[in-house]
Design a protein around this ligand. Structure first.
Ligand code: 5U1
Length: 677
């Protein structure tokens, strides 16, 4: 009987996979939905009767996993790159010109693969022996979040590839929410009185970052692939044109964008841009531009990469949406460092896919330059995730009786004087930690991922703790009890305990994280790292004078002055003491390897480099935390190919490992050393 059941199960799975492929990839279903549903019901019933025959790649097992507490981390085998942006036909022509110059010997037009640029979430999916093994977000390009359970829950993502699948395939693409599905979902949410999503992009990103895969499964998500990372042991690794690669991925059961095509030269690209621009409103998914990619792989390889993006691709963005609305008020917000920022309150208006009711005015110089006044009609613009901004005032529509906006003399939050120093565009509240707004922002920064990384200490909780005057400085966080936290709004016992645990765990930290978390003006991650490396421990830094701090590599005079000022303030010195008293500690060892800028990346150097020896380049990479290996394997992230590179370069190509040239290496080294403040 089990034999018969097994045969039927195998047949049902094959049939369902076939119909998934017809439906999701070919967009050409062979059977009605009801018939498909019957196949699924039969398979579920059979598997329920024979649990020993259930396998993880069965179509019934899309939503197998229990809700998670948090996402794990995934180091990408090959970094996930971003794309350079162009905003005009001139930018596209310059991209084509640069490519032709670099390639040198191109007769006629370059063939470009052209495709819409989806407004979703970039994802990498790894298939091992054809079975979906892992999926992750892009993260910072090197490390992302493990969202395997959620990606499995997306019906258009095959759990098993068709045909002769490679031993290993990393496929990259975009998870998005088709417009129709988005509208249906929002209508259903609204009917239940639940919060709706502002646009399909946010809805897709929210669904992928759900801790409960059942929620993801209930959201109408789709996936188009547009690239590969590592490919091992397969004819697929030998692809010669991107357009051909997409065809092979489709044969494996993966979906690619149906609008993707090959065009001749930049004129073909621009015609594609026009065509897709016109079709945009009618497409089934939201896009924010188009992408051009040099189709030939050997040319892609010769063009290589700049620091974060390939030189063989360009995202040609559509212009940002602009609309008119009215300014109903101008208010002032106070940031972490006391910066007092004017914000225009607007009559709500739909632009760039969301309803906007505020726009930053940046600073008083901007307000004066644009002469924005309450009552004005203004043109506002929003592109993608960018904060909406006021482009210009329609002065001819200005009503009588308006006044120029004045900077408040006192902080709207704490009442301390507001000062604007000579030559500075920014005005600041002088309240420091006495100001609740600054306190709130400082605590958010302290708890943020790259600083003390206190999971669960979100805005809502910080706002309540600050408003109640329960937390005045980061040190107070370490005195919070579970009962106090559980008494906060919308906080359960379990979340309160998790938060207490997360706060306790943050005691064990590193000096760079602490220095970043203190929120010293102009001190970002790289400066924090440089200071930590130079001084070794906080005592030495606190005792250093401004001139000594200026001696730290990559620390300029302005930053040095801010650091010296920070530690000259007795309240800040007391804060460090209090943190220590509450058990916060960090190793005096300069840094943990995992904090180094290139940690987790493996490089192989091959061929002759022009400006440095391979040993010097290797030492520079190692100093930034990279591993420098002698041979190329699936684990290699980058092969740096100099002149006359030979076997290692061939192996990199066969394995699909990213190959970069010396210029790209130099840029990576320079970028990673530069402080990001
Ligand atoms: N259509 C498309 N979007 N997109 C985004 N292609 C594409 N390629 C990308 C990205 C980040 O990266 C390539 C370098 C694979």
């Amino acid at each position: 009987m089990t034999d018969a059941a097994q045969r039927r199960i195998v047949a049902l799975r094959a049939a369902i996979e076939h119909h998934d492929y017809r439906y999701h990839v070919l967009d050409d279903p062979e059977i009605p939905d009801a018939e498909y549903d019957r196949l699924m019901v039969e398979l579920r019933e059979l598997e329920a009767r024979h649990p020993e025959l259930v396998t993880p790649d069965s179509p019934t097992q899309r939503v197998g996993a229990a809700p998670l507490d948090t996402f794990g981390e995934v180091v990408h085998r090959v970094p996930m790159l971003s794309l350079d942006n162009g905003f005009s036909a001139d930018d596209a022509r310059a991209f084509d010109r640069r490519a032709r110059e670099r390639l040198g010997e191109v007769d006629g037009a370059i063939d470009y693969a052209a495709e819409p640029k989806l407004d979703g979430l970039a994802i990498s999916i790894t298939y091992e022996k054809g079975v979906l093994a892992q999926a992750s977000t892009r993260g910072d390009g090197t490390r992302g979040e493990d969202v395997t359970a959620n990606i499995r829950a997306i019906r258009g993502v095959p759990l098993r590839l068709r045909g002769a699948a490679p031993a290993l395939l990393e496929v990259r693409g975009e998870v998005f929410m088709p417009v129709k599905g988005f509208e249906r979902m929002n209508a259903a949410l609204a009917a239940r009185g639940e919060k709706t999503f502002v646009n399909p992009r946010n809805a897709a990103a929210g669904a992928v970052r759900q801790l409960d895969p059942r929620v993801t499964a209930s959201r109408p998500l789709a996936f188009f692939c547009y690239g590969v990372g590592t490919i091992a042991d397969s004819a697929l690794a030998q692809w010669r044109r991107y357009s051909e690669l997409l065809g092979s991925l489709r044969d494996l059961g993966l979906r690619t964008c149906p609008e993707s095509t090959v065009v001749a030269g930049v004129d073909g690209c621009l015609a594609f841009y026009e065509r897709i621009g016109h079709a945009r409103a009618k497409l089934a998914y939201q896009i924010d531009g188009v992408v051009y990619k040099v189709d030939r792989r050997d040319w892609q390889e010769r063009l290589g990469f700049a620091a974060r993006a390939p030189r063989w691709a360009l995202a040609h963005k559509f212009p940002a949406d602009e609309v008119e609305t009215a300014v109903t008020a101008v208010e002032f917000q106070v940031g972490r460092t006391g910066a007092v920022t004017p914000v225009a309150r607007l009559r709500p208006v739909f632009v760039g896919g969301v309803t906007v009711s505020n726009a930053t005015l940046h600073n008083m110089d901007e307000v004066a330059r644009k002469d924005v006044r309450v009552g004005d009609t203004v043109v506002i613009r929003r592109a993608g995730d960018v904060i909406p901004e006021v482009v210009r005032v329609r002065a001819e529509l200005r009503p009588p009786g308006t006044h120029p906006v004045a900077l408040p003399t006192h902080c709207p939050v704490c009442g301390s004087p507001v000062v604007r120093e000579e030559g500075e565009a920014v005005a600041r509240c002088t309240g420091g930690f006495r100001c609740q707004a600054q306190r709130r922002e400082a605590l958010r920064h302290f708890a943020s991922r790259r600083a003390l990384d206190i999971d669960g200490l979100g805005e809502r909780i910080i706002d309540q703790l600050v408003a109640a005057d329960r937390v005045r400085s980061p040190a107070d966080l370490y005195t919070l009890t579970k009962d106090e936290l559980a008494a906060l709004e919308r906080m359960g016992d379990k979340s309160a305990q998790n938060l207490v645990d997360a706060i306790a765990a943050s005691r064990e930290t590193t000096l760079p994280r602490l220095l970043l978390g203190l929120g010293i003006r102009e001190v970002g991650e790289a400066t924090a790292l440089a200071l930590a490396r130079h001084f070794g421990d906080i005592g030495a830094l606190m005792d250093a004078d401004e001139a000594q701090i200026r001696g730290v590599p990559d620390v300029g005079p302005v930053v040095a002055a801010h650091v010296a000022q920070f530690f000259a303030d007795s309240a800040n010195r007391e804060l460090i003491d209090a943190l220590r008293r509450h058990g916060m500690h960090w190793p005096v060892v300069v840094e943990r390897a995992a904090d180094a800028p290139l940690a987790g990346l493996t490089f192989v150097l091959t061929g002759r480099l022009a400006s440095v020896t391979r040993e010097e380049a290797g030492a520079a990479l190692a100093a930034l935390g990279a591993k420098v290996a002698g041979s190329v394997s699936k684990k290699t992230n980058f092969v740096v190919a100099g002149e006359e590179a030979g076997g290692k370069l061939d192996k990199a190509r066969a394995l699909g490992v990213a190959v970069i040239d010396e210029a790209a290496l130099t840029k990576i080294l320079a970028d990673r050393r530069r402080p990001r403040t």
